[in-house]
Design a protein around this ligand. Sequence first.
Ligand SMILES: [Zn+2]
Length: 351
Amino acid sequence: MATELHVFYFDGRSALAQPVAVRLDGGVLQVRHSDWALELPATQVRWPEQDRHGRRSAVLPNGALLQCNDSQAWDYWYASSGLHGSPVVRLQQNWGGVATAMAALLLLLGALYQWGLPAIARAVVPFTPYSIDQKLGLRIMKALDNGHLQPSELPWLQREGIREAFRKACAVQGVDTLPLWNVEFRKSRVGPNAFALPGGTIFITDDMVTLVGGDTRVLTAVFAHELGHLQHRHGIRMLAQVSALGVITNVLWGDFSWALTTVPAWLGQADYSRDVEREADAYALEFMRAAGIDPGVMATMFEKLRSLRQARARAGPQTDGAEKMATWLGIAFASHPADADRIAFFRSHSN
Ligand SMILES: [Zn+2]
């Protein structure tokens, strides 16, 4: 049971001292007057320093003041709440401390972002049940089909032929298990693109098929890259990274909503979405070798994508929700620049 202390409340507008009872329970400050009551997180209060004698005054976020003339009683009450020594509260006892905490938080987030989060997320993935991938994938799929993707206009026979070619390439992989997959064709305004949703659904746009003239070897290479994402469960890993950042931000600093809205965009363009692309490319390379497909076809395809993107850029920006969502997951095939490194990677392994 938390201790109750009787102090005075000044609302910050009038000099009227209102007698209130205060209580600190589970990090929440409760202030009770005979006519009203309020509750707020203890971290939002500027607590008085304790190493001084005399009156104790705590400043509430609304500018109101809690005042206690009996410093011993106050210090005892405060100490018994368990808040004493909490680094957050101690830092918040002066505004210089707040600035320091802010800088420290930014540094920590920067470090986590650079080194920690990918490692944390990677470690979390094996403990995440696969059913979560499937549920998440289904949700995204429904959202995409309700808004941004239309049924494919490719002939059924062509679609089956493309699936069959990939199935055959999978059959000669010489490994015990491949990730579950199924290929879905869709028409979309995003242009040539492909992406794998957690759980195994690989989307490919009609424009992607058209871009490579329906060449099943090239399409198999594209699917192999997506299979790499599925193998490493990159979708879930990205999600774990975003959530971890959100959780860490919340724990350290209460609700910092700006971080939650900024971070996903930040992740989409981040270096480590390039890292997962590299992993998927490495997987694709092995897959293509086993299937007897020249890795050079991937380089050619990236070059085609690049010139198409340059043409589209000249025509003005035209991204829509589907591409944004896929970019957010960081794994859309054509959402990141097909940089020279990537082209060189496949070119250098070309037969
Ligand atoms: Zn990718």
